[in-house]
Design a protein around this ligand. Structure first.
Ligand SMILES: Nc1nc2c(c(=O)[nH]1)N[C@H]1C(S)=C(S)[C@@H](COP(=O)(O)OP(=O)(O)OC[C@H]3O[C@@H](n4cnc5c(N)ncnc54)[C@H](O)[C@@H]3O)O[C@H]1N2
Ligand code: MOO
Length: 408
């Protein structure tokens, strides 16, 4: 049966084929953290705008400092933001502070630790310094018109600082993908409810919403709808009306009499791209297009939804958001044996750790039921078992998809 299922790599390639970053919008600098620059950013000014002192000390002429110790006359004081209007002549010094503009005539700054103050008009420079010491030339950091950040840059703390210093109060960034999430199922209630017989708490929206927003999306929670055609159809309309780029459905993806998502959506005009992939967990994954919107149907089992979210929703959102793919994989050595795999690529919940020698070791949990949220929450990796992988022994290499990068 599994030979008819679409391989995971093919499904991912189909999903991402031709996907390019969304259009641009302008946001204030204070809102731009984590966004992606839509255009090259030119500096609107030169930094520093003039030669400035890198230290607290005295601006001098290096040519005056021939002797081991030189006495100089102080002609003024230059704090940052208060340039000196005069010119420094031979035998003269100006008190200067870090960031102060180096006055005309001066070419060197002596740190105050190397100076003896004789009185408030004279100093003794205790040792000569090479010309240019402790001066930041104009344009050391960047010059006006220079491209300081390239289109596609993720606006991290350093990039934001640079954009601000270049005098941009707002930035043109890639629009955030809008991702609507709808949970389907008669048995579902929101957290904080008092479930009746057969009812459970809908958890998947929270995990999937987090995957989407972590990947750069704006998430719109469309709540819970029952397994009724009219409600599912309404959810599709609501997502399309709110201009969503992606609608994620949770549950109702399989073959049961109440698994209606695909049927209802196809009846309403969704173009089905694929349904059912050779993956465990996550076999009933569905992808389609409805008008301008992509539809990703994730299975209802919480672990299936989360694994599909990481493998499909995350790279799709990242691509639309203009972000680099953040998926991290590594090779680990097995700490426990694994059985031979069947025809579905298996993503086993497990734990990886570094041993005393720095080798990455991984083990899968004994029970791999796709309903077990607790096991997923404890995992820091998924052990990836290709279709038909033979049994593996302790010490054999295994590919791991790292889901908590900070932990190994
Ligand atoms: N005869 C077959 N039965 C099933 C097959 C199959 O091939 N033949 N596939 C199984 C696999 S694999 C999966 S995965 C599940 C997924 O099915 P659905 O996507 O239709 O999911 P549901 O039936 O709606 O729910 C499954 C399970 O998860 C719970 N659930 C659903 N939504 C949520 C939510 N938002 N938060 C928490 N838990 C949720 C739901 O109550 C069910 O227990 O189908 C197998 N069956
Ligand atoms: O594919 Mo289902 O996701 O095995 O549980």
């Amino acid at each position: 049966m599994s030979s008819t299922l679409l391989p995971v790599a093919d499904a991912r390639a189909r999903l991402l084929r031709g996907v390019i970053p969304l259009g641009a919008e302008t946001v204030a600098l204070a809102e731009a953290f984590g966004r992606v620059l839509a255009r090259d950013l030119p500096a609107m000014r030169t930094q520093p705008p003039e030669a400035v002192s890198a230290m607290d000390g005295y601006a001098v002429r290096a040519g005056d400092l021939k002797d081991a110790r030189t006495e100089l006359a102080i002609i003024g004081e230059i704090p940052a933001g208060h340039p000196f209007s005069g010119t420094l002549g031979s035998g003269q010094a100006a008190r200067i502070f870090t960031g102060g503009v180096v006055p005309e005539g001066a070419d060197t700054v002596i740190v105050q630790e190397n100076v003896t103050v004789l009185d408030n008009q004279r100093i003794l420079v205790n040792r000569p310094e090479p010309r240019g010491r402790n001066i930041r030339d104009a344009g050391l950091d960047f010059v006006a018109g220079q491209t300081v950040l390239k289109a596609g840059t993720l606006l991290d703390p350093g990039a934001l600082c640079l954009a601000a210093a270049s005098n941009h109060p707002a930035l043109s960034v890639v629009r955030k993908p809008r991702v609507a999430v709808v949970a389907t199922g008669d048995e579902l209630l929101p957290p904080g409810s008092e479930p009746g017989p057969g009812q459970i708490i809908a958890s998947n929206s929270y995990g999937i919403g987090a995957v989407a927003s972590e990947s750069g999306a704006e998430v719109i929670d469309l709540g819970i709808v029952s397994d009724r055609e009219v409600e599912l159809g309404n959810a599709l309309d609501r997502a399309a009306e709110c201009g969503c780029d992606i609608l994620v459905t949770l549950g109702g993806a399989s073959v049961g009499d109440h698994d209606l998502v695909r049927k209802v959506f196809v009846d309403r005009g969704m173009k089905l791209d694929f349904w059912k992939i050779a993956m465990r967990p996550g076999k009933p994954l569905m992808h389609g297009r409805y008008e301008a919107m992509r539809v990703l149907g994730l299975p209802g089992n919480p672990v299936s939804a989360l694994v599909c979210g990481l493998l499909f929703l995350k790279p799709l959102v990242e691509r639309l958001a203009g972000r680099p793919a953040s998926e991290v994989r590594a090779t680990a050595l097995l700490e426990t044996p694994l059985r031979a795999n069947d025809g579905r690529e298996d993503y086993m919940r497990g734990i990886a750790r570094r041993d005393a020698d720095g080798n990455l070791k991984a083990r899968a949990f004994d029970v791999q039921d796709s309903s077990m949220i607790s096991a997923f929450a404890r995992s820091n990796v998924l052990l990836v078992r290709p279709p038909r992988a033979p049994a593996a022994n302790v010490g054999d290499p295994v590919e791991v998809l790292v889901i908590k990068p900070g932990t190994i």
